[in-house]
Write a protein that binds this ligand. Structure first.
Ligand SMILES: *Cc1c(COP(=O)(O)O)cnc(C)c1O
Length: 368
């Protein structure tokens, strides 16, 4: 009987592979979590709110003003969402006709663009980036714009860590003007703040930017993100967002995190993590099981390993959890390592060193 009920689900949902979140794959195994690009350093917040009998306002004004002040755009160009993930979903809901319209994204990249399109029965064109440089194939995108409503570009890109240069994004904005939206996912932009496209919101009506408090702000647990766009686009998105997307305690904490003292703390954490990343690259370079390290501009590193599976499992068994990227296009034998505290980074290096000593000499790869 339950089989008949299961068949009531839409066909595309029956076929859907759900997003494999780090917490879904790794559960709460291990004690050094380097698999979800979270911040390893947290700030402590207290909500001053005590009473919760009333619904919150849909878009808490203080929150919008605080974020507007932080990103230097107008308050009416901002929508607060339940994480950047909800932003990805709202754009598809609002702009893509199911069964008809198409989105473009450029793998290897964040999986949620595709997952949300599949849930909504929106078509997908995957236009892979060039192998190893991870830059956009602009000409191929240009030749594939028919019926395309949204182009998702992740910058810095997850999981490769590279930057898409502004001139490429501007080229995309120019060729799609009046035809489709270019959605730049800036989830990690605080780690490379000069690369932000917020300045161009004034100039390009088809530019949309996704932001989040989950990464540099160390607030993945509260689920708060933002969409930045022209006010007319924000008005459209306001039609499809749920009536009360931001719970009262969440806006309270998010507002606190956007005051100048906390922003300065965030900036210091970013400096610390960026320097840990440089340290980690330097140490990894000398390890014989490391085949290639990709330049990163964010709080994670993509690394190609000899014996990647054994490296992954050995670390897992030691309680150090990384993210396996082997199944993704052009990422054979790659693992993604979230930058942790310096202590976590050195624990990681120690364990990989032990692994290399034990396993790599046998394979004659030690004289690299
Ligand atoms: C983590 C991440 C998100 C999701 O952010 P939330 O605000 O936690 O939903 C969006 N895009 C990219 C590229 C991410 O890595």
């Amino acid at each position: 009987m339950i089989d008949d009920i299961i068949k009531l689900a839409r066909i595309n949902i029956q076929k859907l592979e759900p997003y494999q979140s780090a917490r879904r794959i790794g559960g709460e195994h291990g004690d050094i979590w380097l698999n979800a690009n979270e911040s390893p350093i947290s700030c402590s917040f207290k909500s001053k709110k005590k009473l919760f009998n009333r619904y919150p306002t849909c878009q808490p004004e203080n929150l919008i003003f605080a974020y507007a002040n932080y990103v230097q755009v107008l308050p009416d160009q901002i929508l607060a969402t339940r994480g950047a993930d909800e932003g990805i979903e709202l754009l598809i809901k609002a702009f893509c006709e199911p069964g008809e319209d198409t989105i473009i994204y450029c793998p290897p990249t964040y999986d949620m663009y595709g997952v949300n399109a599949k849930i909504s029965n929106v078509k997908i064109k995957e236009i892979p980036t060039f192998k190893n440089t991870w830059q956009l194939d602009l000409l191929k995108i240009q030749l594939n714009l028919n019926k395309v409503k949204l182009i998702y570009i992740c910058n810095p890109n997850n999981p490769t860590g590279n930057i898409i240069p502004k001139k490429d994004l501007i080229f995309l904005l120019e060729i799609t003007l009046n035809k489709c939206l270019v959605v730049v996912d800036e989830a990690y932009i605080e780690f490379s703040p000069k690369e932000s496209m917020t300045f161009y919101l004034k100039k390009y009506a088809n530019l949309v930017i996704l932001r989040t408090l989950s990464k540099a702000f160390s607030l993945a647990g509260i689920r708060c993100g933002f969409i930045l766009a022209q006010k007319e686009i924000i008005t459209i998105l306001n039609k499809v967002i749920s009536p009360y997307p931001i719970p009262t305690p969440i806006s309270d904490i998010a507002i606190q995190s956007l005051n100048i003292n906390f922003i300065n703390l965030m900036k210091n954490r970013v400096l610390e993590l960026n320097s840990n990343r440089i340290w980690l690259v330097d140490k990894l370079k000398n390890l014989s099981c490391v085949e290639k390290i990709f330049d990163s501009n964010a709080n994670y590193l993509l690394v190609k390993f000899f014996m990647f599976q054994e490296v992954f499992e050995t670390l897992w068994n030691k309680g150090i959890i990384l993210r396996n990227q082997n199944e993704k296009i052009n990422l054979k034998k790659c693992l993604r390592i979230t930058i942790g505290t310096r202590l976590e980074c050195s624990r990681l290096i120690e364990e990989i060193e032990v692994f290399s000593k034990k396993n790599m000499s046998k394979r004659g790869l030690n004289e690299k």
